[in-house]
Ligand binder design. Structure first.
Ligand SMILES: [Ca+2]
Length: 327
C-alpha cells in the first residue's frame, strides 16, 4: 500500500464526509462470527540453536533468473537478472530483535519523532504528530477507491504500540516488528553489520533460488494473507486475522519463512524514478484475491520512505561467502 501522508489526509477527509452522509453501502459487513479473532499462537517457531557462522540466517546461492511477473503492469517486463550469493534472515525481524537493537543503541524510530515539516509542509497539526498508519477493519465500505476507509494515521502508533497508544507488544516478542520506516530498517541492519536486500536478491530468495520456479498466481496456502472479501470480511481461514508470529507458515525450499505474506518487506531499491519511495515486496496479511494479488515473488509496490505502517516490516541480508563444509 503506497500511502502518502498527503493522500491519506485528503482521503481521510473524504471518508468522514462519506460516513456522515451514510451513502449507499455496496456491501454489508461480515457476520460477527467471521470477525472474531481465532485463537492465535504467540509463537510458532522454536528458537534456533545459536550456531553456524550467521545464526538465524540462511545461505542463498548465486544464480540467474527471469525477474518480475505479469499480473500487474509494474511487475514487467520479465528480465534476466544475476545475483551473487548472500545470507538472509530466516524470518522477518521480530519485536524481540528490534527491542535488542533499541536497548543497545537508544535508537528512536521515525514514527516516534515529530514529522519533518520541511518535507511535509501542508499537513494538519494532528498528522505532524509522531505516529503511523494503521489498518483498521471497517464495518462497511463505499467502493474500493478510498483507502482511508481502512487506513488511518494514528498519532502515538509506533513499533511498541502498533495499533495506537493504547496497544502494546507485550506477549508479542515473536511477532514481526511493524511501524518501521526505511531509515529504521537500515539503522537496524547497520547495527547488525547487515544491510537490506536489493529487490533482485529478495525476489531470488523468495523463489528459493530456483531459476525454473514458476510461482503460481493463486493465493498461496502457506502464507499469511487475507481470506474473505477485503476489507470487510476476514474469515481467518489460515488461522490469523492479522499479523502472525514469524514462522507460523511452512518455509520455502531454502528454509525461509513468510517471504510471501504476513508483512510486506522493505528492499534497498528506490522505486522507479521516485526519490521518496522504495520497493516493498512479498505482500502482507492484507493481500486478498479481490484487492491485492501481490502474494507472489515478482509482485512489488512503492512505499513512501518515511511513513511507518502496520503491514510493513523487513528482513536483512549479509555479504559473506558460504563457509567450507566440515570434512
Ligand atoms: Ca513477509
Amino acid at each position: 500500500m503506497n500511502v502518502s501522508r498527503t493522500v491519506a489526509l485528503s482521503l481521510l477527509a473524504a471518508v468522514l464526509v462519506a460516513a456522515a452522509a451514510a451513502t449507499a453501502l455496496w456491501l454489508l459487513g461480515g457476520s460477527k462470527t467471521a470477525r472474531m479473532a481465532a485463537a492465535e499462537p504467540s509463537r510458532c517457531l522454536a528458537p534456533l540453536p545459536d550456531k553456524g557462522p550467521h545464526p538465524g540466517m540462511v545461505w542463498v546461492p548465486p544464480g540467474t533468473f527471469a525477474m518480475g511477473d505479469t499480473v500487474y503492469p509494474e511487475e514487467g517486463p520479465l528480465r534476466t537478472v544475476a545475483v551473487d550469493g548472500f545470507w538472509i534472515d530466516r524470518t522477518e525481524v521480530t519485536n524481540r530483535d528490534f527491542a535488542a537493537f533499541v536497548a543497545a543503541t537508544g535508537y528512536v524510530t521515525v514514527a516516534e519523532r515529530p514529522v519533518d515539516a520541511t518535507l511535509h509542509p501542508h499537513l494538519p497539526p494532528e498528522m505532524q504528530e509522531p505516529g503511523a498508519v494503521v489498518f483498521i477493519m471497517p464495518n462497511d465500505v463505499d467502493g474500493m477507491g478510498d483507502i482511508s476507509q481502512w487506513w488511518q494515521y494514528i498519532p502515538g502508533a509506533d513499533w511498541r504500540h502498533p495499533g495506537g497508544p493504547k496497544t502494546s507488544i507485550d506477549g508479542r516478542d515473536d511477532f514481526p516488528v511493524t511501524a518501521v520506516a526505511l531509515e529504521d530498517a537500515r539503522a537496524y541492519a547497520r547495527w547488525k553489520d547487515h544491510r537490506l536486500p536489493t529487490e533482485a536478491e529478495w525476489e531470488w530468495a523468495a523463489r528459493a533460488a530456483d531459476p525454473d520456479a514458476r510461482p503460481a498466481h493463486e493465493r498461496p496456502k502457506e502464507a499469511n494473507t487475507w481470506q474473505g472479501l477485503f476489507p470487510v470480511v476476514n474469515t481467518a481461514e489460515d488461522g490469523f486475522v492479522g499479523v502472525a508470529p514469524v514462522g507460523c507458515f511452512e518455509a520455502n525450499a531454502l528454509g525461509l519463512h513468510d517471504m510471501i505474506g504476513n508483512l510486506w518487506e522493505w528492499t534497498a531499491d528506490a522505486w522507479d524514478g521516485r526519490r521518496d519511495a522504495h520497493v516493498i515486496k512479498g505482500g502482507s496479511y492484507l493481500c486478498a484475491p479481490n484487492y491485492c494479488m501481490r502474494y507472489r515473488p515478482g509482485a512489488r509496490q512503492p512505499q513512501e520512505m518515511d511513513l511507518a505502517t502496520s503491514h510493513l516490516g523487513f528482513r536483512t541480508v549479509r555479504n559473506a561467502p558460504l563457509p567450507e563444509l566440515e570434512p
